[in-house]
Design a protein around this ligand. Structure first.
Ligand code: NAP
Length: 305
């Protein structure tokens, strides 16, 4: 056991990596603990057009650049699947493999994970036509019809991305209006390859030859069922916070998001939240970075007075 850090950062998305930049540049010993590739959702995003100073960059490129930057002043990047945080003067961060890290402060920046449709054949056909990452899997469906479920920013942005490959992209929304920003809706409306089905929800994915062959949709107004032929289903129906490890702490709201004040402090002294995992209105790369900077700066003030 167990190296002790000034700041342990859980998650290496834009919030966590920015916290690592600010913390390590201020002279604090920092470690990011991450269970996947650095970058969080950026890695799965085709294009980012609202990171100030860069008009257009692929999510993977921005993630890579942030990662290089975040380790420049000595912040460590560690693999770990965190299962528990024990609060105290020195916090203990416990990983699934039994590793325990000790930190004077902890910044929770673990983001969110995609919601499942929870309908028949979804799990069975994941990787065989059901995908939660258009950037990763879209090119498998060249000249084939694909279906996107959801009407938020993610669903519409990924639908636009999929039009490069697919013969047709059908977007299914459960209301008759979108949740996405108007600028993204406009881009979608202008794209002749995208068709929208409103007021329908998916009820079953149809298997054909061991792969996705269609999807059964229910009209929410009259209950009628329609089967749509499709080679792929991309659910983009929102996300839930990754905070199972913090359930014993009095820092989560009823949905599991981390409650923070404007200094990114939680109800536990020395434990901060940053990025999509916190209770907030605008979940963006730029707001995640903002949170990470504030959390690390606050940790610095706590530790150095
Ligand atoms: P979201 O904004 O919560 O949208 C989820 C969509 O899925 C909504 O259209 C919702 O319908 C629908 N939905 C939810 N549950 C469903 C179900 N069981 N069956 C069918 N449809 C269902 O999620 P998101 O698009 O993943 O975005 C998450 C956050 O990241 C948002 O704050 C978003 O603004 C942000 N984001 C921003 C950008 C950007 O700025 N470029 C890009 C991606 C994400 P209802 O509308 O009827 O609830």
């Amino acid at each position: 056991m167990d190296k002790q850090y000034d700041v342990i950062i859980l998650g290496a998305g834009p919030a966590g990596m920015t916290a690592a930049i600010y913390g390590s540049r201020a002279g604090l010993s920092c470690a990011m603990i991450e269970m996947a590739a650095p970058g969080g959702k950026m890695v799965k995003t085709y294009e980012i057009q609202n990171w100030p100073g860069i008009k257009e960059i692929s999510g993977a490129d921005l993630a890579y650049q942030m990662f290089e930057h975040s380790t420049q002043w000595g912040a460590e990047y560690l693999y770990g699947d965190v299962t528990e945080i024990r609060d105290g003067e020195i916090k203990q961060v416990i990983c699934r493999d039994g590793t325990v890290y000790q930190g004077k402060t902890v910044i929770i920046a673990t983001g969110t994970r995609e919601r499942l449709l929870n309908i028949p054949n979804e799990q069975k056909l994941t990787g065989r036509g059901v995908s939660y990452c258009a950037v990763c899997d879209g090119s498998f469906f060249k000249d084939q019809p694909v279906t996107v479920i959801g009407g938020g920013n993610s669903a519409l942005e990924e639908s636009l991305y999929l039009t490069q490959f697919a013969s047709k992209v059908t977007v299914v929304i459960r209301r008759d209006v979108f949740r996405a920003e108007p600028v993204i809706q406009k881009a979608m409306e202008d794209n002749p390859k995208i068709e929208v089905i409103r007021s329908h929800v998916p009820v079953e994915i149809v298997e054909k030859d061991g792969k996705v062959g269609g999807i059964v949709l229910k009209n929410v107004n009259d209950g009628t069922l329609t089967t749509l032929t499709t080679s792929a289903v991309f659910p983009y129906i929102g996300a839930d916070p990754c905070t199972e490890f913090a359930r014993a702490l009095p820092i989560l709201d009823e949905r599991g998001y981390v409650i923070v004040n404007d200094k990114m402090e939680t109800a536990c002294r020395g434990i901060y939240g940053a990025g999509d995992v916190t209770v907030k209105n605008l979940r963006q790369v730029v707001t995640a970075a903002n949170d990470g900077a504030i959390a690390a700066q606050q940790a610095f003030h706590q530790l150095k007075g």
